[in-house]
Design a protein around this ligand. Structure first.
Ligand code: GTP
Ligand code: MG
Length: 199
């Protein structure tokens, strides 16, 4: 499927701009700069379908991508959270958008919560996971940028994160270890996304 049609559809600053909920959606969320856009590019095998950037907080809308011809499911690149320099107003707007999207989108089958393998879970991630629990949206935790850490450190971080996500009812128990840069864990994640999309 990913080798076929993958297309950017639209960028939605508000829910009313979202397309009709006609196919399943899988959302990518995580702190600013965690690697959401890069992972989306890696999973779809496209170099730059989602815009990756060195400037954190670049993605401010819900960016929607379609997969398949006809469309089988959509991938949603969400705005990053936990960006310290973001103005309060922007943060509030983001929270509102996220909450209404998570609660009011019946086709949202799964959310991927991306966590930087150098940093592990931060409070902003915990808040996000609580929001997902409350909205009853199942999520997978995906460690990103594994090429940037030593294997021993990665093991320790993965263990700590696994321990913590056990307490979240909406969390999928297994984690994904990935590097968009080196391609590690991408094929497995791609397969998991297909399952989540009901394929
Ligand atoms: P926002 O949209 O601003 O929230 O950021 P994002 O989460 O979409 O992150 P993005 O994909 O733009 O990546 C941020 C930075 O991390 C870029 O400089 C990427 O090149 C880098 N990066 C992303 N994934 C990897 C990875 O697997 N390995 C390495 N070494 N760098 C990565
Ligand atoms: Mg991005």
């Amino acid at each position: 499927l990913f080798s076929g049609r993958v297309e950017f559809l639209l960028s939605a600053p508000q829910l009313k701009f979202l397309p009709d909920p006609s196919v399943p959606e899988i959302a990518f969320c995580g702190r600013s700069n965690v690697g959401k856009s890069s992972l989306l590019n890696a999973v779809t095998g496209r170099r730059a379908i989602a815009r990756a950037s060195v400037t954190p907080g670049r993605t401010q809308e819900l960016n929607i991508f379609e997969v398949g011809q006809p469309t089988q499911f959509r991938l949603v690149d969400m705005p990053g959270y936990g960006f310290a320099k973001a103005p309060v107003k922007v943060v509030e707007k983001w929270k509102q958008l996220m909450k209404t999207y998570l609660r009011g989108r019946p086709v949202l089958n799964r959310t991927l919560v991306l966590v930087d393998s150098r940093h592990g879970l931060k409070d902003a991630d915990r808040e996000m996971m609580r929001m997902l629990d409350e909205s009853a949206v199942g999520f997978r935790v995906v460690l990103t940028k594994t090429d940037k850490v030593k294997v021993s450190d990665l093991d320790r971080t993965a263990e700590r994160v696994a321990e913590e996500i056990r307490r979240h009812p909406a969390a999928y128990p297994e984690m994904h270890l990935t590097s968009a840069e080196k391609g590690m864990g991408i094929a497995e994640l791609r397969a998991a996304i297909m399952v989540d999309a009901g394929l």
